[in-house]
Ligand binder design. Structure first.
Ligand SMILES: Nc1ncnc2c1ncn2[C@@H]1O[C@H](COP(=O)(O)OP(=O)(O)OP(=O)(O)O)[C@@H](O)[C@H]1O
Ligand SMILES: [Mg+2]
Length: 461
């Protein structure tokens, strides 16, 4: 069953006997000690999951046992047993790190519930520590892949600024790894045990964003039924990641600037100034400098955020990173998907190097993950890839383009090619024009115009 080890310390032989019998019947592995000093000796020699100790004892009392546990056996949970006369001491013990206290005479079901809670709490804490350690590992710099000179210079900067409080602005197209770098900065800083709190300024409707950031007091507006803590407060002691900052509306830009200048804020509807200790990292795929020139983004806020700029180049401008990334993702996903895919053919790799990767590393990662799931080969091959990567494999191109003796009209040839591509996109997306437009990286109205002009119609299949 449980087999968790409990040490029971009490100077009453009767309590020791009754409780140890009961706890053993619950499946615990129980050891007893009849005073604090011998209890401490036992803790010295062996680890106990839970230490249940009386408060008032001759020699070392419950407080002393607790102190010893907190210093020498931090993973153990200490629960205090106390008579009515010493409840105040028990409260003091909780302040000093006891998990809970039970008053004598102890009710058996009460003790069983408290022990369950204690173990649940301990397990959650362990799980949390494990998850945190996994996160720290995942966001080690060595897991950010890249050898191109452009990425080398990114690494140089992040290694220099990670363990500082500098405000960082990360710029780059969608899917280039902005969030990855923001997290790596956090998990490689002295704040790594504090929270990393992301806010996507583009995903949250602007009327809600202010309360999301700063929180609100109960009754601050119609739907504010209770006080809510905002992300600024949640990030205390850690890092606040303002993602897609370029999408923040001007009104909120002004408020954010004030908070950054004054280093304090109030919840909406509140008057009490709140101070937090946070590091700010922001990111955007937009050209913020241009947005400043166009008066869409406040210049003063831009300078506040842009203390250390990190520009991540699009993947097409650092193609030498593609092979490394491909191998990295093949390893990652063949392990997690339990597949025996070990590599990729040279032709396939060459094809990947020729592709433009509009969705950057994310597109590459998603594609490899999908291939790993679908493919049963040992090495990924050309034919595993979707047509958009290797258009030369599609049927039309089985007949290479040739210019006939009499020549051809470039315009009508391009027209024909356009027609074919649009038809393909429409068929691929089941004639859902929004989707087809996305496939062709154009907006829906342009696509509709072209469909009209080319007089394209859906043919029954
Ligand atoms: N250099 C890299 N090495 C390894 N993985 C990377 C790298 N760059 C990006 N990735 C991976 O690509 C995916 C997209 O990265 P991320 O979410 O950080 O991009 P982003 O710039 O924030 O994109 P968006 O603007 O769309 O939010 C993630 O799964 C990330 O782990
Ligand atoms: Mg992102």
């Amino acid at each position: 069953m449980l087999n968790e080890k409990i040490l029971l310390i009490d100077d009453s032989p009767e309590i020791l006997e009754n409780l140890s019998e009961y706890l053993s019947s619950l499946g615990y592995d129980v050891t007893t000690a009849s005073d604090g000093t011998s209890g401490i000796h036992l803790i010295e020699k062996q680890f106990y999951d839970i230490i249940l100790t009386d408060m008032k004892m001759q020699g070392a009392d419950g407080m002393e046992v607790l102190r010893y546990v907190k210093e020498h056996s931090v993973e153990s949970i200490c629960i205090i047993l106390t008579g009515y006369g010493t409840i105040r001491n028990a409260v003091e013990a909780i302040k000093n790190g006891a998990f809970d206290y039970l008053t004598k005479p102890v009710k058996l079901d009460e003790i069983s519930i408290t022990l369950d809670r204690a173990l649940e709490y301990r397990n959650l804490k362990r799980e949390n520590t494990n998850l945190r350690n996994q996160l720290k590992k995942k966001y080690q710099f060595k897991n950010i892949i890249g050898e191109s000179p452009a990425m080398q210079s990114v690494f140089e900067t992040i290694e220099k600024v990670a363990d500082t409080d500098s405000t960082v602005l990360i710029l780059g197209e969608s899917g280039t790894g902005k969030e990855l770098i923001a997290r790596a900065l956090h998990y490689n800083s002295y704040r790594k045990d504090g929270p990393f709190v992301p806010v996507n300024c583009a995903a949250i409707p602007s009327e809600l964003l202010e309360s999301e950031l700063f929180g609100h007091e109960k009754g601050a507006f119609t739907n504010a039924i209770r006080t809510r803590i905002g992300r600024f407060e949640l990030a205390n002691g850690g890092t606040l990641f303002l993602d897609e900052i370029g999408d923040m509306n001007p009104n909120l830009q002004a408020k954010l600037l004030r908070v950054l200048q004054e280093r304090q804020f109030e919840r909406i509807g509140g008057v009490k100034p709140i101070k937090v200790d946070i590091r700010i990292i922001s990111a955007t795929h937009q050209d913020l400098k241009k947005a400043v020139l166009e008066k869409k983004f406040r210049e003063d806020l831009y300078y506040r955020l842009n203390v250390i700029p990190i520009q991540i180049p699009p993947l097409r401008e650092r193609k030498s990173d593609i092979p490394l990334l491909v191998h990295h993702f093949i390893n990652l996903y063949s392990r997690s998907r339990k597949k025996k895919i070990t590599g990729i053919t040279d032709e396939a790799m060459k094809g990947l190097m020729d592709y433009q990767w509009p969705g950057n590393v994310r597109e590459l990662e998603n594609m490899i993950e999908r291939l790993i799931i679908l493919s049963n080969r040992e090495r990924i091959d050309l034919t595993d890839f979707p047509e958009r990567i290797f258009p030369s494999l599609s049927h039309e191109s089985d007949h290479p383009i040739e210019i006939p003796e009499e020549g051809l009209s470039l315009e009508s040839a391009l027209n024909e090619y356009e027609k074919q591509l649009i038809l393909k996109a429409l068929n691929k997306s089941g004639w859902v024009k929004n989707k087809a437009a996305q496939l062709l990286h154009m907006n829906r109205t342009t696509l509709i115009e072209k469909i009209k002009r080319q007089n394209l119609q859906r043919t029954p299949s």
